[in-house]
Design a binder for this molecule. Structure first.
Ligand SMILES: *[C@@H]1O[C@H](CO)[C@@H](O)[C@H](O)[C@H]1NC(C)=O
Ligand SMILES: *[C@@H]1O[C@H](CO)[C@@H](O)[C@H](O)[C@H]1NC(C)=O
Ligand SMILES: *[C@@H]1O[C@H](CO)[C@@H](O)[C@H](O)[C@H]1NC(C)=O
Ligand SMILES: *[C@@H]1O[C@H](CO)[C@@H](O)[C@H](O)[C@H]1NC(C)=O
Ligand SMILES: *[C@@H]1O[C@H](CO)[C@@H](O)[C@H](O)[C@H]1NC(C)=O
Ligand SMILES: *[C@@H]1O[C@H](CO)[C@@H](O)[C@H](O)[C@H]1NC(C)=O
Ligand SMILES: *[C@@H]1O[C@H](CO)[C@@H](O)[C@H](O)[C@H]1NC(C)=O
Length: 565
């Protein structure tokens, strides 16, 4: 077999389209959709009035000013001064009128974001002073992000921004992203980088699934053995200092941090330190602490009949409440497989005499607002009427076991609970091609219901379970796929032209690359002006071997192999 290799300049069939910012390669089929001009925002604002008049910005003299005393704004100004001009060596266009300042007027400076944060803002880009107005600091943060996206650098290396008026507010108040730090540990720096990416996409809740069966990285003062015995290693933990750092970083970006301590299932790692916390299963029918795979392990679910169990829960959750300022705690309550309980004679007696059927709950006596996964409600239990219920089950995971996600959602809102939708946004599931598209097309309110029913859907969350995710792939697996969820949750319902969205999303992807997030590609082509340096990214610098190089597409060489016998 002989192999012959030769280059062809293939410009006839593959046409590069420079958009001044991105260069697209349409191979074989023309690209569909409207190509966003440079400086198109993501997620799409509620009202975006764009003009063709262009102004310039001088990176040497431009300033952001504000007229309320607010530490969040002071930090944001510093951050955005960097994000606007960053490592780009651009300059002003001498012939254009200049935007000299961005003036922020924002009413309330609140300390922490909450479920009631007002994130609306109005942004007017005009020569001289551009204006950003919001009723609270949270809107100012969202508006600053938008302003930073409107600015672009052209092929002459000059900064430009078009005349623009934006009136914006989110469609849903809860726009979350869930990370799982139990299947694999994630370094604090990676979590911080992810908070940055969340802010670039206007997410406002970091749902931290911090512990699970596999490991217990939360360092408790009350029960130090939990992480000493339950974490993967002495350094693979989150100390009080780490948690404070993460919460502060998130706060400055208008992001709430809600920890999840999943009970009564998903608690195997707790048992390594706490004797008696877990129910002994009778896997062989006779002896406590014996497994019956695949029904259950030796010990795996909370033991509800010992007072010590409630004591642990009460003390630990009181400590957690002190660490996390948010009004809400996530208590999990998913997949509490009762097979083990059913084998244990004492538990069987207890369940019978206490009238506990399917509704065992550890919620009592906690002075916090609560989020849970929908399993208990789905099983017919009643939970506090102000509990927020997160919907996860979906037939796409296993059509034999589950119904479509919207069926669960509809059932739960019709019982009167507020809900968060996640069923179609499990980003740990991946597939070939433009995998973001089906995330984008998923519409939470796509079920028959009254206006009241629909109003009880307060938002959604993208979730990335970490069985196959760690430092090496978290950020590139999430971004820009999670951006698709971000636009669905922020932008008006009518924003759904997916082919056109692809071009804005690609801009957003390049923007994230430029800002150090190793977001994966979605279209063929390349980002101009991206000086992608792997060592600016914590997740990538951890794995030297994955260092990215600057793509070079000066010309296209197609290598043709001719095989002959
Ligand atoms: C201007 O804004 C509208 C939305 O208001 C958008 O559909 C359109 O694509 C924008 N124009 C450009 C050139 O990006
Ligand atoms: C900005 O102005 C330029 C030049 O007039 C125009 O080509 C482009 O479409 C405008 N961008 C937007 C988003 O309207
Ligand atoms: C947020 O503030 C704006 C401007 O003051 C107001 O119009 C809007 O109703 C507020 N939104 C919410 C959800 O309170
Ligand atoms: C082990 O579990 C299986 C089903 O999951 C069950 O049929 C079997 O009876 C169990 N064994 C014992 C000893 O309980
Ligand atoms: C558990 O607590 C209850 C109520 O406080 C008490 O009546 C009971 O005696 C306790 N049981 C044990 C075994 O300590
Ligand atoms: C739990 O279920 C039992 C019987 O199914 C019922 O009598 C009881 O009221 C329920 N308790 C709660 C708190 O829902
Ligand atoms: C929730 O239940 C409490 C009492 O348990 C009641 O006072 C309140 O009105 C209920 N709220 C709703 C929205 O049903």
């Amino acid at each position: 077999m002989a192999t012959l290799t030769f280059p062809i300049f293939f410009l006839m069939a593959i046409l590069p389209f420079s958009e001044g910012y991105l260069t697209y390669i349409a191979a074989r089929l023309p690209l569909k959709g409207f190509r966003a001009a440079p400086g198109a925002p993501w997620p799409m604002p509620k009202e975006w009035t764009n003009f063709t008049e262009q102004f310039t910005v001088d990176p040497k003299t431009f300033s952001i000013v504000h007229d309320v005393d607010c530490d969040i704004l002071v930090a944001a100004e510093k951050r955005y001064q960097d994000l606007l001009f960053g490592k780009q060596s651009g300059r002003k266009t001498p012939s254009l009128k200049q935007v000299e300042k961005l003036h922020i007027t924002s009413g309330k400076c609140e300390k922490y974001p909450s479920i009631d944060s007002n994130e609306s803002y109005v942004l007017k880009v005009s020569p001289g002073i551009a204006l950003l107005e919001s009723s609270a600091v949270w809107g100012a943060l969202r508006g600053l992000e938008t302003f930073s996206q409107l600015l672009y650098i052209d092929s002459n290396n000059e900064f430009k921004i078009n005349a623009t008026i934006i009136v914006d507010s989110p469609r849903f108040q809860h726009r979350g992203l869930m990370l799982d730090t139990a299947r694999h540990y994630l370094a604090v720096d990676t979590i911080l980088a992810n908070l940055d990416a969340m802010a670039y996409n206007k997410f406002n809740v970091f749902h931290w699934h911090i512990v699970d069966d596999q490991s217990f990285p939360y360092v408790s003062e009350e029960f130090p053995a939990l992480s000493r015995k339950g974490a993967y290693g002495p350094n693979l933990v989150y100390t009080k200092g780490d948690i404070r750092k993460i919460i502060e970083y998130a706060r400055l970006r208008g992001i709430r941090v809600i920890p999840e301590f999943d009970t009564p299932g998903h608690t195997q790692s707790w048992g390594r330190a706490l004797k008696d916390f877990l129910t002994p299963c009778y896997g062989d029918g006779k002896n406590p602490g014996t497994a019956n795979y695949t029904s259950h392990a030796e010990f795996e679910i909370v033991n509800p009949i010992l007072n010590s169990t409630y004591d642990v829960i009460h003390k630990l959750f009181s400590e957690v409440k002190k660490d996390f300022p948010d009004q809400y705690l996530h208590l999990g309550m998913d997949e509490a497989y009762r097979a083990c309980w059913a084998t244990n004679p004492e538990i069987k007696n207890f369940m019978t005499s206490n009238g506990f059927g399917s509704n065992f709950t550890l919620l009592e006596h906690l002075s916090t607002k609560i989020i849970i996964w929908h399993d208990p409600v789905d099983n017919g239990a009643e939970v506090g009427n102000d509990t927020i219920v997160q919907i996860w089950k979906d037939s796409s995971f296993d059509p034999n076991k589950f119904k479509p996600g919207h069926e669960y959602l509809s059932k739960v809102v019709k019982k009167g609970y507020k809900t968060i939708f996640s069923a179609c946004w499990y980003l740990n599931y991946i597939s070939y091609g433009q995998d973001w598209r089906k995330r984008y097309e998923c519409e939470p309110l796509d079920f028959a219901g009254s206006e009241d029913d629909h109003s009880r859907v307060i938002g959604g969350e993208a979730c990335i379970w970490a069985e196959y995710v760690d430092e090496t792939n978290l950020l590139s697996r999430l971004w820009p796929r999670a951006s698709a969820v971000a636009e669905r949750l922020w932008s008006p319902r009518h924003v759904k032209d997916i082919d056109s969205a692809a071009f804005r999303l690609d801009q957003q992807r390049c923007r994230m690359l430029r800002r150090g997030i190793p977001a994966e590609p979605i279209l063929n082509g390349y980002c101009e002006q991206v000086d992608w340096k792997a060592d600016t990214n914590p997740a990538v610098s951890a794995a030297e071997s994955t260092k990215a190089t600057k793509p070079c597409f000066a010309f296209f060489i197609v290598t043709v192999y001719i095989y002959s016998q």
